[in-house]
Design a protein around this ligand. Structure first.
Ligand code: DGL
Length: 266
């Protein structure tokens, strides 16, 4: 079992920020990535639709004989995780819990901000996860729908991104947050812009980094860490033609994307 691959999926390119961290922290593991590029974005869709898409994506990866599923999409993790855990007989890991844990560990004043897609924020998943760990923490949330297209456009540090961030974050700044959870796969690309808007005193929590750390811990705990080195380079699957995924995804991964195969999910 431990010699099998880890399956990672997202609605599109965004999950590559999580994938990149897993690749760095677990270089010995074989990895398979699925981006549901034909149906991205998930962040604006209803929970029922996201659940259906996420289930189909998970089914594909389970069919590839993976030993663990990483839901590298905040929106899908927010609404589909319990159902995926019930349905599949293997460890299913999402990005909400790691970000929540880190935020709880980092906040000094007990005032945490969370930014994400409309779907993630509406679900209340981060607030629930933070309160499950510490009910006295005050959580302030904001949906930031423009951040996803800005990151994909390569405009994460553009003046437009700065303006959008200032507008979205103003209510959270007024609430005196000392920690901000980047609750969307794309937001780590906007770190420099968010830092300029928030100043140095607010801690930025990157769910991608935390998820990779917790995946490594879980593999170890369940004796699923692969022995030896990865037998082959990562493989990538997408549901639309690969061209845009290869172009935009390269920036997210920080390396050229190779071996991208188009598949159909439904
Ligand atoms: N991957 C999504 C997330 O982390 C962002 C893109 C989308 O809306 O599908 O929520």
């Amino acid at each position: 079992m431990s010699q099998r691959a880890i399956g990672v999926f997202d609605s599109g390119v965004g999950g590559l920020t999580v994938f990149k961290e897993i690749l760095q922290q677990l270089p010995g593991e074989e990895l398979i990535y699925l981006g549901d590029t034909a149906r991205v974005p998930y962040g604006t869709k209803s929970p029922a639709t996201v659940l259906r898409y996420a289930t189909e994506a998970a089914e594909f990866l389970v069919g590839q004989q993976v030993k663990m599923l990483v839901v590298a999409c905040n929106t899908a993790s927010s609404v589909a995780l319990p159902e995926l855990e019930r349905r599949f007989q293997l460890p299913v890991f999402g990005v909400i819990e790691p970000g929540a844990r880190k935020a709880v560990a980092m906040t000094r004043k007990g005032r945490v901000g969370v930014v994400g897609t409309e779907g993630t924020i509406k679900s209340g998943a981060y607030t629930r996860a933070i309160h499950a760990l510490n009910p006295s923490i005050e959580v302030f949330t904001a949906a930031c729908p423009l951040f996803v297209p800005l990151a994909e456009e390569g405009w994460a540090e553009h003046a437009i991104a700065h303006l959008a961030a200032a507008e979205y974050l103003a209510p959270l700044i007024r609430q005196g947050i000392d920690t901000l959870v980047l609750g969307c796969t794309h937001y780590p690309l906007l770190k420099a812009t968010l830092r300029r808007v928030l100043g140095d005193s607010v801690v930025l929590v990157d769910s991608a980094e935390e998820t990779a750390r917790m995946v490594a811990g879980l593999l170890w705990e369940r004796q699923l860490t692969r022995a030896g080195s990865a037998p082959r380079p990562p493989r990538f699957f997408v549901t639309d033609v690969p061209a845009r995924f290869e172009r935009v995804g390269g920036a997210f991964l920080g390396a050229p994307l190779e071996a991208v195969t188009q598949i159909e999910l439904d």
